[in-house]
Design a protein around this ligand. Sequence first.
Ligand code: AMP
Length: 376
Amino acid sequence: MATIGILGGGQLARMLAIAGAPLGHRFLVVDSAPDACAAQVAPVLQADWRDFAALGKFASQVDVATFDFENVPTDTAQWLTSHTRVFPNPAALAVAQDRLLEKALFAEIGLDTPTYAAVDSIDGLRAAVATTGLPAVLKTRRLGYDGKGQYVIRQNADIEPAWASLGGVPLILEAFVAFEREVSVIAVRSRNGEFRHYPLTRNWHRDGILSVSLAPLPGDPDLEARAVDRARTLAEHLDYVGVFALELFVVDGSLLGNEMAPRVHNSGHWTIEGAVCSQFENHVRAVLGLPLGDTRANGYSAMLNWIGELPDAKPVLAESRGHWHDYGKSSRAGRKVGHATVCADSPTELADRLRRIGLALGREAQVRPAVEVLTS
Ligand code: AMP
């Protein structure tokens, strides 16, 4: 029995603790929020990331530390390495925290990216627009997630409002990509360098927040092989240990790197019921130095994210292989409060289940893109 420390007490920590419990492991979570939802399944030490006395106490009680939240200050992560084992390593965390460093790393490993430029002033923004063209997306380099800290510049008249909205912190301007689709590789690397990946996942976002994931994708093994190859190179380059996600845009059959998440990822939630061993269990296995689990899919799965508030669970639970996840959070606009995963043995069977759920919940628009792919 080991105790795994998790920095951050959101739904990812909660699902890690749930996955690790059958293996006999304990968890200790650090979070500054009094109502962290992981507290419902694991003990939480309520403390700030800079409270080194509390972190020392935390480190003395755990065998290994990992992250639910990628924006834990890197000096905190670094400090922890002299008190306990920390996976993934703080250098990997640092790269993933800064969109500029991340894009430079993608270029280094041979992964193309949207055209981009660093922005630190209004004049710099004008010059960057000349580089990327319009439309373009202005993003904060750090601390952005779920579409927060982003401003789409469609015309020159948007430049000043974009700067007024986000200026004052380091920014990056990216060309707006008219992608055919968004995909992610969820992969895991062990402490001795073994690499495994789940089938490529297709993702649909709404207002910058993940709405639906679908895996495995019917067809295109070549695209998958190229995406996985980049993910493997990235993991080896960073000497990464644990689960991570590489989010990619597909444009004219080519892959462009959008971002990496140095942790278990929302687009991998389908693996809880849809794969032999889930991303959460595999992360636990990886950080503890245990053999990795089988990443193959059990049939076809779709994950529907519940944002803001939970709909009625019954239409999902009424379906064979319909699974419900309530994170135990209060409702709030834009907040991830739960998800459903629906699995099936064939694409058409999954499409039928999604259609019924969409209709019953009045969410036909949410399920439609996945249904179209499954029936095309
Ligand atoms: P991010 O937080 O950067 O992953 O952005 C959230 C979502 O916004 C992405 O998954 C895309 O759907 C969209 N997005 C972000 N950057 C771009 C871009 N350069 N071009 C087009 N869409 C983007």
